[in-house]
Every structure is written in structure tokens, then in C-alpha cells.
Design a protein around this ligand. Structure first.
Ligand SMILES: [Zn+2]
Ligand SMILES: [Zn+2]
Length: 126
């Protein structure tokens, strides 16, 4: 009976280690996303946007700027304004499809809580 109770005692420790391992794997994966906090003035409507490091579009008019090749890398020198052309609802989140006025590239971006919901609804009706 003693041996049995000792394996039970070991169990929670093993759980904690595997949780730690999966957390570490998760952290390594999210290194691919480079978070940068930056403020910018919207070139479409003049709204001063306070960067949170995740959103790259204006919360007032939802216009974005073509600056990323991969999300967050800021390595695209196109710099064209990207208009929101479509909205998709995914679970509780809305995903905006942006199209670049300059080069025509289409990208998808998640909305943030500060985004103008009236515009989201307006675009999703189109
Ligand atoms: Zn704007
Ligand atoms: Zn572009």
C-alpha cells in the first residue's frame, strides 16, 4: 500500500513539468511574431493612434498601412494605405480584409476592442 501512495504523490509533480514544457514550446513559437509598440497618425482620417503593439490599423476608420511582409516585421516598403474591404466573423472575433491602394495586396487583420464597431457593421453589410 505504501508504494501505491508514493506514485500518487509523484503525479502532480509530473503534471507541472509537462505544463512547463508546453509553455516553453508556446513561447518559442510566438517569437516569430515581433511585437512593436508605436504611435502613428492615420494618413486617411488624421486620427492619432496609440499603438498597442498588435493593431496596425486606425481604430476610427479601420484603414491600415502596408508596412509588413509578415505580421509585425515592418519590412515592407510599399507604405500604401490599405482599405477595409471585407469583414468576417470568426467566433467572437472579427477579421478585417484589407486591400492596399498602392499595390493591391490583400491581407487579413484581427480587429481590436478599440475599433469603430459602426464601421465594422457597415462593411459587413456590403
Ligand atoms: Zn483613420
Ligand atoms: Zn502595398
Amino acid at each position: 500500500m505504501r508504494a501505491r501512495s508514493s506514485t500518487v504523490e509523484h503525479h502532480p509533480y509530473k503534471m507541472a513539468v509537462s505544463e512547463f514544457e508546453s509553455q516553453r514550446a508556446h513561447n518559442q513559437m510566438s517569437k516569430n511574431f515581433q511585437k512593436r509598440v508605436e504611435d502613428f497618425v492615420c494618413q486617411n482620417c488624421g486620427h492619432k493612434v496609440e499603438g498597442c503593439g498588435y493593431t496596425n490599423h486606425c481604430p476610427r476608420c479601420l484603414v491600415s498601412k502596408h508596412v509588413d511582409k509578415k505580421p509585425g516585421d515592418r519590412e515592407n516598403d510599399c507604405g500604401g494605405l490599405m482599405d477595409p474591404i471585407d469583414i468576417e466573423k470568426k467566433g467572437k472575433e472579427y477579421v478585417i480584409t484589407h486591400k492596399c491602394r498602392n499595390c493591391g495586396e490583400v491581407k487579413k487583420n484581427k480587429t481590436s476592442e478599440e475599433d469603430n464597431f459602426d464601421i465594422i457593421i457597415e462593411i459587413s453589410k456590403k
